[in-house]
Design a protein around this ligand. Structure first.
Ligand code: UDP
Length: 312
C-alpha cells in the first residue's frame, strides 16, 4: 500500500485530496495547522484505519515516521482576504514550508507535488495563460505575499529537481469552487452565495468586467491525481477554460438562488487581475485531462452544500 502525506489536509482542496487518495486505496497522512483549515472537512475520515492526522505547521521542521511515497503540499492561505490578514504566514508556508517538505521528500525518497497557482501570472498581459508565460506580478503589492511565495515555491522545487534529482510535480491551479469552501473566505463564489442566502445584495468589485474561469473541485482533483502519477516535472495548468465576467457570474448566482437581491458595486481591490483563463493544451496532451462538470451543474451542487451549511 502506498502512503501519501497531504499538507493543508483540513482545507478545501486538501480535504478533497484526502478523500480521493483514501478512495483509491492509499494510506493518507493529513497535516494542517488549522489556521484557515477546518477539521469538519475531514471529520468523516478519522474512523478510517488508513487515515492519520497531525496538527502541525509545515513552516517548522516536518517529520513523519515510516514510509512516505508521495507528498502533496497544499498548505497555504488561498483567498485574498486570508493572505492579506496573515501575510507573513503566507510567505512562510510557501517558502520555508516548501523547503521543509522538499527536504523531507528527499529524506524519504518520495515524489512531491506542490500546489502552485494562476496567481504566478499576476495581472496577465497574455491571454489565455500558457505555462510558458512568465507573468506580471507586483512583488510589493498586497497580493505579492501570495504570488511571490508561490513563485519562490516553483523555483526551489525546480532546483531540488535539477540539483538533487528529486521527483517533483507542479500544478498551477486556476479559480476552483465547490463544497467545503468557507462561506466567509471572501472569494467571489462564497461571497455571492452567502449574500444571496442571507438576503444581502451581491457585492461586485469594480465594474465587474474582470474575468475568471471557474473549475469544479472534482475536475481539479482528478487533474492533480493524474499529474502526480505522470512523469512530467514542469508546471501544468489545471482549470476550466470557460471564462466569464464577474458581473455575469453574480447574475448566474442570482438566477440560481432565486434571490430578490441585486448586484451592488464596491471598489476594485488593488492589483485585481483584469482577466484570467487557463490554456489547458498541456493537461489535455500529457494527462488526457479536461474538465467534465459545467458551471450550471457545479454551481447547483455547491449551492446545496452552502444551504445545508447555513441551516446548521
Ligand atoms: N469579487 C467580487 N466581489 C466579492 C469578491 C470577489 O466582485 O465579494 C471579485 C474580485 O475582485 C475578483 C473576482 O471576483 O475580480 C474573483 O475574486 P476571488 O477573490 O474569488 O479570486 P481571485 O481574485 O484570487 O481570482
Amino acid at each position: 500500500m502506498k502512503r501519501v502525506l497531504i499538507t493543508g489536509a483540513a482545507g478545501f482542496l486538501g480535504s478533497h485530496l484526502c478523500d480521493k487518495f483514501i478512495d483509491n486505496g492509499y494510506q493518507v497522512v493529513g497535516m494542517d495547522n488549522l489556521i484557515t483549515g477546518n477539521l469538519e472537512n475531514i471529520e468523516h475520515l478519522f474512523p478510517n484505519k488508513n487515515f492519520e492526522f497531525y496538527h502541525h505547521d509545515v513552516s517548522k521542521f516536518v517529520h513523519v515516521s515510516g514510509q512516505i511515497d508521495y507528498i502533496l503540499h497544499f498548505a497555504s492561505p488561498a483567498s485574498p482576504i486570508d493572505y492579506l490578514k496573515i501575510p507573513i504566514q503566507t510567505l512562510k508556508v510557501g517558502s520555508l514550508g516548501t523547503h521543509n517538505l522538499l527536504g523531507f521528500a528527499k529524506a524519504k525518497n518520495a515524489r512531491i507535488l506542490v500546489a502552485s497557482t494562476s496567481e504566478i501570472y499576476g495581472d496577465p498581459d497574455v491571454h489565455p495563460q500558457k505555462e510558458e508565460y512568465w507573468g506580471n506580478v507586483n512583488s510589493v503589492g498586497p497580493r505579492g505575499v501570495y504570488d511571490e511565495a508561490k513563485r519562490f515555491q516553483e523555483a526551489i522545487t525546480m532546483a531540488y529537481h535539477t540539483y538533487h534529482g528529486l521527483e517533483t510535480r507542479m500544478v498551477r491551479i486556476f479559480n476552483t469552487y465547490g463544497p467545503r469552501m468557507r462561506l466567509d473566505d471572501g472569494r467571489a463564489l462564497p461571497a455571492f452565495m452567502s449574500q444571496a442566502l442571507e438576503g444581502k445584495d451581491l457585492t461586485v468589485f469594480g465594474d465587474g468586467s474582470q474575468t475568471r474561469s471557474f473549475c469544479y473541485v472534482d475536475d481539479l482533483i482528478e487533474g492533480i491525481y493524474r499529474l502526480l502519477l505522470s512523469d512530467y516535472a514542469l508546471p501544468v495548468n489545471i482549470g476550466n477554460p470557460s471564462e466569464i465576467t464577474i458581473k455575469d457570474f453574480a447574475e448566474e448566482i442570482i438566477k440560481l438562488t432565486g434571490t430578490e437581491n441585486k448586484v451592488i458595486y464596491k471598489p476594485l481591490p488593488k492589483d485585481d487581475p483584469k482577466q484570467r483563463c487557463p490554456d489547458i493544451t498541456k493537461a489535455k496532451e500529457i494527462l488526457g485531462w479536461e474538465p467534465k462538470v459545467d458551471r450550471a451543474e457545479g454551481l447547483k451542487r455547491t449551492y446545496e452544500f452552502f444551504k445545508q451549511k447555513l441551516n446548521k
